[in-house]
Design a protein around this ligand. Structure first.
Ligand code: G4P
Ligand code: NA
Ligand code: NA
Length: 189
């Protein structure tokens, strides 16, 4: 995606060898025109796959996910993050560990929004270690539904998530792939 690459090149700030700041169009201020293109691209990639739900995790996944769901004409669900939650029987719960934040969150989705007939497209803004994507996939599988694919806006290919998801058999579509953030520079894969 040309527009997305340009945004990353022109507005992305390399904070370290690991972290790219994109708060002017994705993580704080959001660019609706870019999000519309992102949604159209994921919808194009998954047309004919009979997607019934788009699933993401709050908060930065919501914008690309809602635009994708709009294009596919299906509902979008965002998993909620909770530090800890009293167990309830009407929710699907999975633990997600963040290496970046060194903490474990529980992510939850109400059982009423996912059934065993659903064909789910998972969307997220970043892919690093893949913990969020695996957690979302486990939520889908817990509901007996199918993970049709995982769509990522920005993949950091030098971190293990992409490889791990593909090794686990998931279809992965990343709109931009970053090979390195070394020397303060974004190098695309
Ligand atoms: P993982 O799911 O792939 O294992 O990633 P990780 O736990 O490391 O990610 C923790 C949070 O940091 C996630 O956001 C993720 O989107 C974000 N993140 C990871 N790498 C980068 C990066 O290079 N740049 C930016 N800007 N974000 C990154 P989150 O805590 O869930 O927050 P949000 O969705 O509310 O924004
Ligand atoms: Na995210
Ligand atoms: Na984020």
């Amino acid at each position: 995606m040309k527009l997305l690459r340009e945004k990353v090149m022109n507005e992305g700030i390399v904070l370290s060898n690991q972290v790219l700041k994109v708060d002017s169009f994705l993580n704080h201020q959001m660019d609706p025109v870019l999000m519309r293109e992102v949604g159209a691209e994921f919808a194009r990639l998954y047309q004919g796959e009979k997607i019934t739900k788009v699933l993401t995790i709050e908060s930065s996944g919501i914008a690309p996910a809602i635009m994708t769901a709009l294009e596919l004409d299906v509902p979008m669900i965002f998993a909620r993050k909770n530090k800890s939650l009293t167990l309830r029987d009407d929710i699907l719960v999975e633990k997600v560990y963040s290496f970046t934040k060194q903490e474990t969150n529980e992510i939850t989705v109400s059982k009423k929004f996912l059934s065993n007939e659903d064909r789910v497209l998972i969307i997220d803004d970043f892919l690093a270690n893949g913990e969020a994507a695996f957690g979302l996939a486990r939520v889908v599988e817990q509901a007996g539904a199918s993970v049709v694919g995982i769509g990522i806006v920005i993949e950091k290919s030098f971190q293990p998530g992409a490889k791990l998801l593909q090794e686990a058999g998931y279809r992965l579509d990343s709109l931009v792939r970053i090979a390195s953030l070394e020397n303060g520079t974004v190098t695309f894969a």
